[in-house]
Design a protein around this ligand. Structure first.
Ligand code: CP
Length: 338
């Protein structure tokens, strides 16, 4: 899917028909052929300003329902590299509070409905990025992605996820680019480990990472305490190992992340804060001199010790840097279809 119809894209990626061009991007699986996508990303990384004309007179509107550092800055930088104008809206700071439920009597402190706000936003831009985390109020609503899907339905513009309720595909693409750059063997062993955190976090990053690794032929192990099983629709072929130390044995990459419970009545709950699950040097010593990865922000000495995150094996900064490459590759593809 990637790389078609872009004026200056890598020649090898120019094959294919126009109707395959990406319009919306909400899941890493929409990349299609992963090796082509990684090749397209490599080209973008080596030629960051090659497509400045592609975004000329085009406006990206970035809408944040939740806080961000990396996604905000990297996506804006990616758009600027493509010559785009960028508008950023923090929905909860300075905008009218938005009602999201249809059919409610609007007598609360939310004076504007998303169903008017979305098409209005669509009038002011050419592409929309949306960050809207799981609310943990209703699992069905979260897993049906009601917020981002309303943007897709009502904005009239291409929409991409800057982390939605169940997935964070721009992060996953950056993770896959980073693994591709650092892997020492063709089929590395990737271990995604749960680690403790004081707040209930969504499953979007681990869901999406699992979805991405399942697009490769890498060995894939997920380790977490019992009760933290993710939706099998995302974990797919991953082997689940409840003994974290056993899971770490021979690993080439340790991908740490906290998530709250997914299953049943425990959805969105914290079941464990045991710091025996913190990634430390003793556990890293069980690995094949593995690289350490985390999407950031990270709680030091909860998720990972200072020693590990500051070690030469820590990839958290190159991983964050690749967020520009990830966003630019996707934006380039979307712009190619306008
Ligand atoms: N990894 C990530 O998405 O970071 P932000 O929440 O800061 O955007």
């Amino acid at each position: 899917m990637l790389g078609k119809n872009s004026p200056t894209c890598h020649p090898e990626l120019d094959e294919g028909s126009k109707n395959e061009i990406m319009r919306h991007f909400t899941s890493i699986t929409q990349l299609g052929d992963l090796s082509k996508a990684l090749e397209a990303a490599k080209y973008v990384k080596e030629n960051p300003f090659a497509d400045q004309e592609l975004g000329r007179n085009k406006t990206l509107l970035m809408i944040f329902f939740n806080s961000s550092l990396r996604t905000r800055l990297s996506t804006q930088k990616a758009a600027m590299n493509l010559g785009m104008n960028v508008i950023v809206l923090d929905v909860n700071q300075g905008a009218w509070r938005l009602e999201t439920e249809r059919g409610v009597i609007m007598d609360s402190d939310r004076p504007e409905h998303l169903l008017e706000a979305i098409p209005v936003m669509g009038c002011y831009c050419d592409v929309i990025g949306v960050r809207a985390f799981a609310k943990f109020e209703n699992k069905e609503d979260d897993y049906n992605e009601v917020i981002i899907n309303q943007f897709i339905k009502y904005s009239g513009k291409p929409v991409f996820s800057m982390e939605a309720a169940t997935r964070h595909p721009l992060q996953t693409f950056a993770d896959l680019i980073t693994i591709e750059e650092y892997k020492k063997v063709e089929k590395p062993k990737i271990v995604m480990t749960w680690a403790p955190h004081p707040k209930a976090l969504p499953q979007a990053v681990p869901n999406s990472f699992a979805e991405g690794i399942n697009m490769t032929d890498y060995e894939f192990v997920i380790t977490h305490p019992r009760g933290y099983e993710l939706d099998p629709a995302f974990t797919g072929r991953a082997r689940i190992e409840y003994d974290q130390r056993k899971a770490f044995e021979g690993a080439d990459f340790i991908y740490a992340k906290n998530w709250s419970a997914y299953s049943g009545d425990n959805y969105g709950k914290i079941l464990c804060t045991d710091r025996d699950w913190t990634v430390d040097a003793e556990k890293m010593a069980l690995t094949n001199n593995a690289y350490f990865m985390h999407c950031l922000p990270v709680r030091r000495n909860m998720i990972v010790t200072d020693e590990v995150i500051e070690s030469p094996q820590s990839l958290v900064i190159p991983e964050a840097a690749n967020r520009v490459v990830s966003a630019q590759t996707i934006l380039k593809e979307i712009l190619g279809g306008l």
